[in-house]
Write a protein that binds this ligand. Sequence first.
Ligand SMILES: Cc1cc2nc3c(=O)[nH]c(=O)nc-3n(C[C@H](O)[C@H](O)[C@H](O)COP(=O)(O)OP(=O)(O)OC[C@H]3O[C@@H](n4cnc5c(N)ncnc54)[C@H](O)[C@@H]3O)c2cc1C
Length: 386
Amino acid sequence: MDFDLTADQQRYREAVSAVCAKFPEPYWQRLDRERRYPEEFVRALTDGGWLSVLIPAEYGGAGLGLVDACLVLEEINASGGNAAACHAQMYTMGALLRHGTAAQKRRYLPDIAAGRLRLQSMAVTEPEAGSDTARITTFAARDGDGYRLNGQKVFTSRVQHSDLLLLLARTRRAEDVTRRTDGMSLFLVDVREAGDAIEVRPMETMVNHETNALFIRDLRLDAGSLIGREGEGFAHLLDGLNAERILIASESIGDARWFVDRAVKHAQDRVVFGRPIGANQGVQFPIARAHMHAQAASLVRWRAASLFDAGRPAGAEANTAKLLASEAAWEAAEMAMTVHGGSGMAVEMGIERKFREARLYLVAPVTNNLVTAYVAEHVLGLPRSY
Ligand SMILES: Cc1cc2nc3c(=O)[nH]c(=O)nc-3n(C[C@H](O)[C@H](O)[C@H](O)COP(=O)(O)OP(=O)(O)OC[C@H]3O[C@@H](n4cnc5c(N)ncnc54)[C@H](O)[C@@H]3O)c2cc1C
């Protein structure tokens, strides 16, 4: 077991950190206030090649693994930024990489790697289905040599800053299949060509996370838009979801590092009753505990990412990492808020912004209850509870 980063990985971390240093706290605060997308930040990351690390070198990417991608996203959040603006490109692309045809890869991947094409958006969630993905009703009916789609999606993030959208739809109704997860298919939709067939209605949330409801009416897609095999979209999606969970866990670990760093600094600098508040066990113990929990989550995350890169099953570890990391980040957020006293709520400190952002990952991309249900059933062999 070797837990050390390689010299290259150390360099990636430093290079990403250097990009992030150009976008300090006031930048993120301004965006948050204006509810604006971090265009400049995403452009800088794209230009540095950091969003295409997972694209194979033959298509113009760096051809690195998930461990390296984790380093990138962790560093963004540890620097005080928010990788949610751009993380989807990494895990959404997995479906194209693993299940796309050679023609689809040639058509899209080089342009994505070069930053000419953005694949930042994925539409799975629907208002009625919620966590029960098999209940989605957006339907892609056969139409000549292509498909015609109708339905509704919610929480489709970044679609206004993406050229392509990965979308899950039913191609056979739930009533007509034997296994409830059969009969769904994955489509790569060119949003620029969709026109009025996709109505985008922004949803306001407590975080600056451009997310939208989509109303899809008679969206015509050619057969080349199908990713993988018709009817097997759910299985294709699941492959990528492990990557998504491991990457999101890395963002949470980055958040936890940021909260701990800020809390340590404040606990050393802030003097009350004639001594630094960090001299009190009531203040320093929660900081130390938050640090330890984040470290533990990080180790499970590295194990999950290593298994994924080795092509071995990583479902248990990916889910465990996602739960532990999001909880560690949330514990660290609460701790940092407490350590900062009233000033934690002052917008200029940045704590309350990160506090809101860290909360999201208890719920998305999958709720921690559903993660727990997965581990109970698939790892421990307990009866299925849902
Ligand atoms: C800011 C934001 C961005 C998002 N971006 C995207 C995106 O880009 N693309 C996308 O497709 N989706 C996106 N989502 C959606 C997200 O993945 C879902 O919100 C999440 O999966 C939970 O689904 P739900 O909100 O319908 O909750 P529900 O499924 O309605 O669940 C509500 C509560 O009930 C609990 N629950 C439900 N069933 C059970 C059970 N059997 N056992 C125990 N507890 C249960 C859940 O854990 C949860 O706490 C986003 C959400 C947010 C908030």
